[in-house]
Write a protein that binds this ligand. Sequence first.
Ligand code: IVH
Length: 696
Amino acid sequence: MQNFKDINFITENEAKDELAYIASEMAKADVAYYQQDDPYLTDAEYDALKKRNELLEKKFPLLIRQDSPSKKVGAPLVSEFKKIELKVPMLSLGDIFSDNEVHEFVASIRRFLNISSEIEFTSEPKMDGLSFNARYENGILVSASTRGDGKTGEDITENIKTIRGLPHVISAPDFPKIMELRGEVYMSKADFFALNEKNKLENKKVFANPRNAAAGSLRQLDPNVTKERNLSLLVYTWGEVSNVFWKTQEEFLKIVQKWGFPVNPYNKICKNEDEIIQSFRALQQTRADLPYDIDGIVYKVNSLELQNRLGFLTRTPRWAIAHKFPPEVAITKVENIRVQVGRTGALTPVADLEPVNIGGVIVSHATLHNEDEIKRKDIRIGDYVTVQRAGDVIPQVTGVLKEKREPSSKPFEFPVFCPECGAHALREEDEAVRRCTGGLSCPAQAIERLKHFVSKEAFDIEGMGDKNIEDFYKKEYIKTPDDIFTLEQRNGGDDLFSLSNGIHLENEEGWGIKSVQKLFKAIKEKSNITLPRFIYALGIRGVGVSTALLIAKHFGSFTSFQTAMQNDDTEKLLNIDGIGDAMKKDIVEFFKEPHNIKTIENILRYVSIQKFENETNENSKLSGKTVVFTGTLEHLTRAEAKAIALKAGAKVAGSVSKNTDYVVLGVDAGSKAQKAAELGVPTISENEFSSLLKTI
Ligand code: IVH
């Protein structure tokens, strides 16, 4: 982040330059954020520039630029979406960052209204998503729009209709003839992580945060894509309304909830400033546990009469303000930049940091994303950097303190050879990632593939954690997946005269007869496997749990899948809903590689694949029901539970609404459990879930 000179010592010329710099940086950031869903600055960097701009403009009002960021809301529209004119503009909110500013805000309202009594406010979590305007005419949802530049938005009518929880028709007698509801579309943290995991596996765009993922998912020209993305929404205000019959914001929130719209359960009434500050502290505490990202709290004067008297400044209401959470950032030193090699050969740079406490969590590594990111920020070994942690997201290096850099430091050179095996690391033209070309002769890729092979969603072999795999690989006990199944045979036991090749696992550190026997038993048990698990275990680039299931369903047996792939019958893949050209290419390439065919052949000497039952179970008690999972399940992974529920004919949703039939509670179930209780949706345990799977 830029270090700014003390505002008291700044000359007019300097201010002019700085204002120009800020205007151009913020314009760039706006385009990246609003149009490309791919931020160029962090929220903290953006807010710092905004604040600096404000200070400079206050001190030098004559220098205020035509294109000043203080005059703009969002970014101009350049998209293929139809435009919708907003009858009532969608405005922005002023920001504050401290208790002091809370007092100033309330004092200025009192001054404006010339009253000394206490003023009531609502305190509402500031959802970090993107705002929408949904227009109902005679109780029917007729159109929906994004905020756009505040006056004209993008037509997202068909997209928003795919979001569960938004009623399309309202028959309540008190629902105004013309009613525009406004609120936020967002993606839960869980859905964000799941989407990124899936996209990573499928070589698709990985989003920086849930907000960008929500924006990228809503602003899709094909609403079917939006539908797959599990978005949620909440209502918090209104636009054009034929008859505003409510007298307070609180009353409005109650009425919309009664009409069936989702409203944030953490909205609160505050009788005075102290309660406002208390609400801020309380939410700051719960913030990390909320299932979605919030970036602060919005305070609104509760009474509409007072709101009307207060009116608006240029682009923000005088009666509301956003109190932002301080960013969780810290400064620390980059001790090293390591380049890791993943299962598919992708080279990912990671910064090893001098450990630092950020918002209560000790951080010692941060992702550097890719080669271009290091170049853009010019991050070097030995640099002091700002590190930010946003919610659960992996810590990020957000900036370099260049003035603290040693004169001898050199730009980081990204390796063009694989750091693990020395093979060429190549970067395809349209890819951000550089990949090792060493395939399975690269130990890093081989180890990562083995880890994947035994992972929870694949063979799920207990006792074969990452550490053991690495150890077995280094000692050459296990080099390829089939070696796992011959390990017992090759283990010499206690017989010193055995002619085995000398493995004596039970004598090694960390092992004993019991644990070794347990491991062999686990391996034996798992050598009979389901078809989707087997397909997933192969580690074909792009094929995640859900794709493996699709393939299994389509082909029914491994033999017919493999035969089709090897006999140029690959077009069949494209008949599967959910498999596109890019994934097809990866699957075909996998089967073209003789090494892979050999590995499969070897594995199948020891492993049998269960017959795949394709039909969904229409007779299960879950058939046709909508289920939501929350918390950690004990016996199943989330992906398995989801697959099982789907197979039993159920629908699986990401968030709880009144259409949910069951919420399955795992350990540490969070606010979804609370939401279920509020809506009266039945909650069941994992065991109860399993018993519902049985046929009637
Ligand atoms: S009220 C005139 N309430 O914050 C005031 N906004 O910077 C209109 N936001 O674009 C907004 N949660 O995307 C309001 N409870 C809440 C909100 C909220 C999030 C967002 C919204 C708006 C931005 C304003």
